[in-house]
Design a protein around this ligand. Structure first.
Ligand code: IMP
Ligand code: MG
Length: 170
């Protein structure tokens, strides 16, 4: 299997810098909790948090989704945050939003816990596959509906280590 570059390390870095500026402007005074959805988003979180600067707490959640058919997919929490969510501004940090079902579930959970606001930043967005209601608030790149790996994203735990985003070519 060969990996063909879709986004270079430089493209990702420069877009992450722009996203950080957008986020800083959008929140003005407040410092949202950066909520990274494990595992894919940890690389993006690490770079984004360093561009954002001080004062942004981070926390993690892991969810699992079960494939029945796509429309019967169920999502479940595997690891929960250690932060009290009530009254917090929360910024969900995602590597990639595909169908949007994971995100829709998380938005519901965080709102039910009384978050003051919940917004979403994702490095990648597959707009053609998206079935959710609202697009993510901050989007790095829109991609066609194809499977990608690297920069945290995996296929069966492989390829996360790549510094770029690529597609697998047999
Ligand atoms: P969704 O619930 O369909 O939006 O899928 C969300 C999760 O599926 C993402 O956070 C990723 O962990 C994983 N995922 C979706 N598309 C890809 C891909 O192209 N490569 C690797 N992981 C993906
Ligand atoms: Mg993810």
């Amino acid at each position: 299997m060969r990996v063909e570059t879709v986004l270079t390390e430089e493209q990702i870095a420069s877009r992450t810098r722009e996203l950080a500026q957008q986020i800083q402007r959008a929140y003005a005074e407040s410092r949202p909790l950066l909520l990274s959805v494990l595992k894919g988003s940890v690389f993006f979180l690490a770079d984004l948090a360093r561009e954002l600067g001080s004062g942004y707490p981070i926390d993690f959640m892991a969810v699992a989704s079960y494939d029945g058919t796509r429309s019967t997919r169920a999502v479940e929490i595997r690891l929960d945050v250690s932060t009290h969510i009530e009254g917090r501004d929360v910024l969900i940090v995602e590597d990639i939003v595909d169908s949007g079902l994971t995100l829709e579930y998380l938005l519901g959970v965080l709102k039910a816990r009384g978050a003051t606001s919940v917004r979403v930043v994702t490095l990648l967005f597959k707009s053609d596959a998206f079935q959710g209601r609202d697009r993510p608030d901050f989007i790095g790149f829109e991609l066609p509906n194809e499977f990608v790996v690297g920069y945290g994203m995996d296929l069966n735990e492989e390829w996360r280590n790549l510094k770029f985003v690529g597609r697998l070519v047999p």
